[in-house]
Ligand binder design. Structure first.
Ligand code: SF4
Length: 498
């Protein structure tokens, strides 16, 4: 189980790599989407080579186990939980299991409801199949469930028909924009109830991206979605581009006559799922599913480091108002100097407490890193951006009260933050979601940590960074690339619904 977890967290399966290579080939070089995909490709290679977490959000570990009749599920569940704790101690998983009421982190990814383990019996006496998916919070938060018939913005009515289902799927992909770290893959379930629908949608993510649905009607729908969805122009990270989706897998369940749900499970490009078949008597791995670890992974990247064009703007913190006001949407920044991490707990804390450090001129990084003890200090082993929109209720106040000049994250923020950037003179810098290994290598030192009582991912880490690349997607002049891409893609969505 530890081998399965480590491999899943650190090495993307071949079908996902192939789909990402196709996506990369479709984006014209020099575009923001192409640059994002180039960083992602490097990140995939770095993670596999160094056995580091592909993304710092190692997600909700979800196991699907098929076991012979009579196999002891209590023992298997205990062993899975022990393996999860072990992989967390080794730094292959971030401690991600949080008490929903107190916010306390269990520290080992084990707690009520974590990990998720589903058992099913099968009629093979001598084998146990275990499949694992690690699906992070950013993409989980853009899952969607529709109850048909319904009215959809830009698409009109979605009836209880395959055409209605098609509209729901298009809407879900459009609505996710870059927040789920596009380009993503979606699992869809038609029917069931609200619970079984989401479960079946997530199960579809265990299909390989290149398979063909055995149900001809659903195969046709999957193909037609893939044929038209990329016209939306959401692109990698929502920067605008030709590829918004790398896979669409659909299942149908029976339903109650009164209900017609369409459930969509969105998975980011960091599509981490693997499986093993075990000898039921010894527990040894007999074979791997999705990949053969004996065959080396094909390298994704064709460049090392960030490919400079000469147009990048090099900045060092603390930033001045004049520096950030000179930036505009589309500029690529290489940021150096002291940066502080802050996500949900820190932002909430700053509403009623002074910051533990002087934030004037600072860059605040929406990031929950994976951090390992090294001697008396710390080393960041994975540090990509987290979804920024969660901080929308707080961000404007934090900028205005404490003089923050740059907010770094992914997926963009809303109108309230955009107004604060303009008034106070600050920018939003979009880093490449999921590129945890790439960005960890831009961190030269961990200078300290505050608010450690919130747990490792939520604490405020004081990081020294060097040439951290990010794109200005919201500037101090009231412009937002996210708003522009959303509007343009809404026009395409309307055309697809016509
Ligand atoms: S790639 Fe993005 S959505 Fe996926 S787990 Fe990482 S941060 Fe979350």
């Amino acid at each position: 189980m530890v081998s399965l977890i480590v491999r899943t967290s650190t090495d993307l399966p071949p079908d996902v790599r192939a789909a990402m290579a196709v996506a990369r080939a479709q984006e014209p070089s020099g575009t923001q989407s192409a640059q994002a995909l180039a960083i992602i490709a490097q990140n995939i290679d770095l993670a596999a080579a160094d056995e580091g977490a592909i993304c710092q959000d190692t997600g909700m570990p979800t196991f699907e186990v098929k076991a012979p009749v009579g196999a002891n599920q209590i023992v298997m569940k205990r062993q899975i939980r022990e393996a999860i704790a072990d992989a967390t101690r080794r730094g292959k998983l971030r401690s991600n299991s949080v008490d929903s009421i107190t916010g306390e982190n269990s520290g080992d990814n084990v707690g009520p409801g974590t990990p998720v383990v589903h058992f099913e019996q099968w009629e093979h006496d001598d084998e146990i199949e275990v499949k694992l998916i690690l699906k992070g919070g950013g993409c989980e938060n853009v899952n969607a469930q529709y109850s048909l018939p319904t009215e959809l913005p830009n698409l009109g009515r979605a009836d209880r028909s395959l055409e209605g289902v098609r509209r729901c799927i298009l809407h879900a992909v459009w609505n996710a924009q870059g927040k789920g770290c596009a380009p993503g893959a979606i699992g869809v379930a038609i029917g069931g109830d609200r619970t079984s629908g989401y479960h079946a949608a997530k199960e579809q993510l265990f299909r390989t991206l290149d398979d063909v649905n055995p149900d001809g009607r659903l195969a046709q729908l999957e193909a037609s979605i893939m044929g038209e969805v990329n016209r939306l122009g959401v692109g990698a990270m929502g920067f605008g581009g030709r590829v918004s989706l790398i896979g669409c897998k659909i299942a149908a369940l029976n339903r109650l006559p009164a209900s017609f749900f369409v459930s969509v499970a969105y998975n980011c490009w960091a599509f981490r799922r693997l499986g093993v078949v075990l000898d039921a008597r010894t527990g040894d791995i007999k074979r791997w599913l999705y990949r053969d670890p004996a065959i080396p992974s094909v390298a994704m990247a064709d460049q090392a480091g960030f490919a400079r064009t000469g147009r990048e703007v090099a900045l060092r913190t603390p930033l001045t108002e004049a520096q950030v006001r000179s930036l505009k949407v589309g500029d690529i920044v290489l940021l150096s100097g002291r940066t502080y991490t802050g996500r949900d707990a820190v932002h909430h804390h700053l509403m009623s407490h002074d910051p533990p450090v002087d934030l004037r001129g600072a860059a605040l990084y929406h990031c929950g890193p994976v951090v390992a003890r090294e001697g008396n200090g710390w080393r960041v082993t994975a540090a990509g951006p987290t979804t920024s929109i969660r901080e929308e209720p707080y961000q404007a106040d934090v900028i205005r009260r404490y003089g923050v000049r740059a907010v770094i994250g992914k997926g963009g923020m809303g109108a309230k933050t955009l107004a604060a950037l303009k008034d106070a003179g600050a920018v939003y810098l979009n880093a490449i979601g999921g590129a945890a290994q790439f960005y960890a290598r831009t961190i030269t030192r961990v200078e300290g940590v505050s608010l450690m009582e919130f747990g490792t991912p939520e604490a405020m880490w004081h990081l020294e960074i060097e040439d951290f690349p990010a794109i200005v997607t919201m500037d101090a002049h009231g412009h937002s690339l996210h708003a522009e891409v959303e509007q343009e893609s809404a026009r395409e969505l309307t055309a697809l619904g016509a």
